[in-house]
Design a protein around this ligand. Sequence first.
Ligand SMILES: *[C@@H]1O[C@H](CO)[C@@H](O)[C@H](O)[C@H]1NC(C)=O
Ligand SMILES: *[C@@H]1O[C@H](CO)[C@@H](O)[C@H](O)[C@H]1NC(C)=O
Ligand SMILES: *[C@@H]1O[C@H](CO)[C@@H](O)[C@H](O)[C@H]1NC(C)=O
Length: 415
Amino acid sequence: MHSSSIRFLLLAFLGAALVDEAVGGKSFNLKPFTVDLCDSVPRMLKQIQNTALPSSPEYAGVGSSFGIDLGVLKNLQSEWLTDFDWQKEQYSLNQLNHYTAEIEGLTIHFIHERSKDPNAIPLILNHGWPGSFLEFLPVLDQLTQKASTSAGKTVSFDVIIPSLPGFTFSTAPPANWTYSDTARVFNTLMTEVLGYKTYATSGTDLGAAITYAMYDQFNTTARAGHFVFLPFFPLDFAQLAAANISLSPLETIEEENFVQWNTVGNGYFIEHTTKPNTIGLALYDSPIGQLSWIAEKFISWSDPRAGTPPSVLNQNEILLSVSLYYLTRSIVSGMYTYAQNANGFATDYVKAQTDAPMIFSAFKYNIAFWPAEMVEKVGNLKLYSNHDFGGHFPGLDNPTALLKDLREIATYWVD
Ligand SMILES: *[C@@H]1O[C@H](CO)[C@@H](O)[C@H](O)[C@H]1NC(C)=O
Ligand SMILES: *[C@@H]1O[C@H](CO)[C@@H](O)[C@H](O)[C@H]1NC(C)=O
Ligand SMILES: *[C@@H]1O[C@H](CO)[C@@H](O)[C@H](O)[C@H]1NC(C)=O
């Protein structure tokens, strides 16, 4: 370990001790965390090796219209065995500052990278399914660096990337745990564990539901909200027309992508919500099973240009994500999140109880679409940007655009 990181750890401990005092001696058992899953890797490789797939598709020529294409799956299987290197990936993950803290009986894992600027805005980034903290790593370093907003304001962030309860290294929550419960725990993480008075919150997919709950329910501490997704059910074409909302050509494509998800793309959603044990246990000890279930989403929810700049979403990235789900044995608990939040999509667009600024980023190949007219119903919308490259995982699919939009938080930030 470098001496600079030792000094940083000491400072982190000291900071935690001071915070503990401030809140009356409450201890969160904040401590550094190292990723070490090497013991489970041999079994994973053996399972990958031993999983037989058909030599040719049962129904040729259907491509990916009935789910993942056999050729794509076999190609990933072979790359997993030949090129993928867990040790190397783990080494680079451990270059980041990981911690765990105990909050409300849960162990919460998070990455915390500080800016050198004392005026940096604290920013929590909430991932979704089948994502993880990995989704935001391509923008992490640049977020901590000083930059300018479009209006020339200086901006940098202290970045916190937690693992949702039940995902990777965060413990599975009780059976009745909701997004609001996670929002409360994450607000505690930001304020009491890390000692920030105020912060900005951003999220995608399930993480957007948590971000919305923080934005709505902690209006004195969550002082800006950035969203790539919303916990409100999107309107269909007829409902948009009835609301007199007309769509641009880009928005029409985005709405078509939502209709596609809502008709032939939501089987996983219903299965996770209703029978997470059945699918979760079926996949629990099957890396290829998890690969099939998860890779299909990464591929079909991303820009078809994935892997070409600005996208960094390549096969290795998909294999890393699936390896993390398998090696941390968190496939079942991650899926339970849907069952625990069966009404996670509200149909009534209610305005959040906050005056904090809201920013929304739409991406062409995302799986759901909310025009600005709908977004402004649920928050104090200050900026709506629509990107014609990228999809459901903007941190991987278009990190350049995500970084740019996150930096705009500073334009509206009032400390
Ligand atoms: C949720 O379950 C826990 C036990 O796991 C229980 O203590 C708590 O009262 C329950 N909460 C609600 C709102 O039902
Ligand atoms: C839509 O526009 C029509 C015609 O201008 C108007 O009669 C109707 O009330 C509008 N509907 C909504 C929901 O604003
Ligand atoms: C914050 O929320 C409370 C209710 O929890 C509400 O009374 C208050 O007006 C809100 N503040 C702002 C600025 O919206």
